[in-house]
Design a binder for this molecule. Structure first.
Ligand code: MRU
Length: 339
């Protein structure tokens, strides 16, 4: 099941609408910049690497259309800068979004001469390359992470950092998939991940489809499964790693890391290098997205569960301090402290 792909013939980025999973498998074409922005904002496509690839492909589709008006190079580059700045506002925390858009801009700046049509071709090739690199890097993350696993181990994960969060294969789930492909039997505990339930809807869905032994738990059950001795390692993905190793990931990750430390369980963060942001010194410098209070009070309920008008705090991410992280699992191998 592909997370997203470029349908060049129809000038569309086609995404699997993750807001409908697991009940409905529905692919939707995004043909305008505004549709791409909305799809990212509304979590129809989500997960740090996946939104980077979607933005890159959406930028290409937009600039391909813009080039039909035969702009000169200056106008083309001005429009491209505007489009990048706009897409960048869709979600603030995952650095992969800005990273992918910067890669697109740099690719065009690298074109010394030629017509605007050359720029368009470079954008198409770069967007496809970002997607291909993401899948290849995830397989390497899988290989390096699987070396940490032994048959029968229990793994706990939070949110969804699987194939659906990326162009394919996932980051936190990549070691599980890699080991599973080698015939290794593992047990995975998936936190449901309040309030949007990426764990229940997406992680449980894709692990089950892959035939991995999966147990869904509510977020507040993690301490119990750890205390029971059922968890040997925690693997999570991430949205931005600061220069000192502090790591932003889905809200609740920090709590899982604290629990893992308490129970002596290694806590691994799986990330491609594109998620490491050396320009952000520490976790305190990471912008944390706050989302609609209705995700807490209304979403998934037939009628609102909370009293009308109650104050709601709904940060979408938290920052795990680097001292709680055993190692980063990257496409280049393990990064261990000091970070
Ligand atoms: O709000 P989401 O669903 O985009 O949050 C996703 C996560 O927090 C993932 O763990 C992270 O993006 C890593 S995806 C490989």
């Amino acid at each position: 099941m592909e997370t997203l792909y470029l349908d060049d013939a129809n000038s569309a980025v086609v995404i699997l609408d993750q807001s409908l999973l697991p009940g409905e498998v529905n692919y939707i074409p995004l043909t305008t910049l505004a549709q791409v922005w909305d799809a990212i904002k509304e979590l129809r496509v989500r997960g740090a690497p996946a939104i980077g690839v979607t933005a890159a492909m959406g930028l290409y589709i937009h600039m391909k259309g813009y080039a039909l008006g035969e702009p000169d190079k200056e106008a083309f580059l001005t429009e491209m800068a505007r489009a990048c700045a706009y897409l960048n506002t869709s979600r603030p925390t995952a650095v992969n979004l800005a990273w992918a858009l910067t890669a697109m801009e740099e690719a065009v700046q690298g074109v010394e001469s030629g017509a605007v049509s050359c720029f368009v071709e470079v954008l198409r090739a770069t967007a496809e390359q970002i997607k291909a690199d993401d899948i290849a890097n995830n397989r390497l993350i899988g290989k390096h992470g699987a070396a940490l696993l032994k048959p029968g181990m229990g793994i706990l994960t939070h949110c969804n950092a699987g194939a659906l969060a990326t162009a394919g294969y996932g980051t936190a789930l990549a070691p599980v998939y890699y080991a599973h492909e080698q015939g290794m039997k593992l047990r995975v505990y998936a936190d449901e991940t309040r309030p949007v339930l990426q764990g229940a809807r997406l992680t449980a869905f894709e692990l089950q489809a892959a035939g991995v032994d999966t147990t869904l738990i509510c977020d507040n059950m993690a301490a119990t499964v750890m205390a029971n001795g059922w968890v040997d390692a925690v693997f999570v993905g991430c949205d931005r790693v600061a220069a000192n190793g502090d790591t932003a990931n889905k809200i609740g990750t920090h709590g899982v890391a604290i629990l893992a430390k308490r129970f002596g369980i290694p806590f691994y963060v799986c990330a491609p290098f594109s998620t490491i942001d050396k320009a952000t010194p520490t976790g305190a410098d990471i912008t944390i997205e706050e989302r609609d209070p209705q995700e807490v009070t209304h979403l998934w309920y037939a009628s609102p569960v909370a009293p009308q008008g109650v104050k709601v705090f709904n940060p979408s991410f938290d920052v795990t301090p680097s001292e709680l992280i055993e190692a980063f699992v990257t496409e280049r191998g393990l990064l261990k402290p000091p970070f």
